[in-house]
Design a protein around this ligand. Structure first.
Ligand SMILES: O=C[C@H](O)COP(=O)(O)O
Length: 249
């Protein structure tokens, strides 16, 4: 049985003052059935991990370098994230693929580094609106999964997040049928590549304009094991209803 996961990606939002949202979220979700994850900006990870230590909330990073250490000004290694208190890292988010030209090969190398260090990697895939309208969605997802996910992963080391680029921060959400089609397809691809047991254990998150008002419907879709939430994860009052919907799913 896959444990559900509600993951919040704060992106480049928040300074120290925002950390009180983590304590508030812990108070609003005292005994969650789902795993809860907050991925704040790197400078906040250490303090976030200290604040969340007494709660069920886990902390993650939003990116890491593929190298373990070295001359890479401005970068952060997977080991550094782990040392700061992170247990997860988001990799291959479409904003990084766009802003930094991250290819599937780069994402795969980062994923290997993250897993080597002891982190669970959340690898993001998703099509653009042009690709969806051109009927290429499943081909894009298949290519990103094949290229971004390294060999040897397990349900403990890998999570996949399906994030249609056109649904991120836009208020647009695919139909439940469209979400289900992609999630069922990803499950089939993972089972075909890694075998039924591992393929079935890897959690599949949906991401893109998830809110308290649409969460229950999305979580009822087959093979949706949780969400990767951006804007609605910034405030505990917005994220808590999503977690409660996931617990109830
Ligand atoms: O990583 C999170 C996603 O990009 C979704 O962001 P959003 O919930 O603000 O649409």
């Amino acid at each position: 049985m896959r444990q559900k996961l509600a993951a919040g990606n704060w992106k480049m939002n928040g300074t120290g003052a925002a950390l009180s949202e983590i304590s508030t979220l812990a108070a609003l979700t005292p005994a969650p059935k789902s795993e809860i994850l907050i991925c704040p900006p790197s400078p906040l990870i250490h303090r976030a991990a200290d604040i969340s230590a007494a709660s069920a909330i886990q902390i993650g990073g939003q990116d890491c370098h593929a190298a373990h250490a070295g001359a890479h000004t401005g970068d952060v290694s997977a080991e550094m994230l782990l040392d700061a208190g992170a247990r997860y890292v988001i990799l291959g988010h479409s904003e990084r693929r766009t802003d930094y030209g991250e290819t599937d090969a780069v994402v795969r190398d980062k994923t290997e580094a993250a897993i080597d260090a002891g982190l669970t990697a959340i690898v993001c895939v998703g099509e653009t609106l042009d690709q969806r309208e051109g009927g290429a969605t499943l081909d894009i997802i298949a290519g990103q999964l094949a290229g971004s996910v390294p060999a040897g992963v397990t349900g403990e080391t890998l999570v996949i997040a399906y994030e249609p680029v056109w649904a991120i921060g836009t208020g647009l959400v695919p139909s439940l049928g469209q979400i289900g089609e992609v999630h069922d397809f990803m499950r089939e691809k993972l089972e075909a590549r890694f075998g039924a047991e591992i393929g079935d254990a890897i959690r599949l998150l949906y991401g893109g304009s998830v809110k308290g008002s649409n969460a229950a419907n999305i979580f009822a879709v087959s093979n949706v094991d949780g969400a990767l939430v951006g804007g609605a994860s910034l405030k505990a009052a917005d994220f808590a209803p999503i977690i409660q919907a996931l617990d109830a799913a």
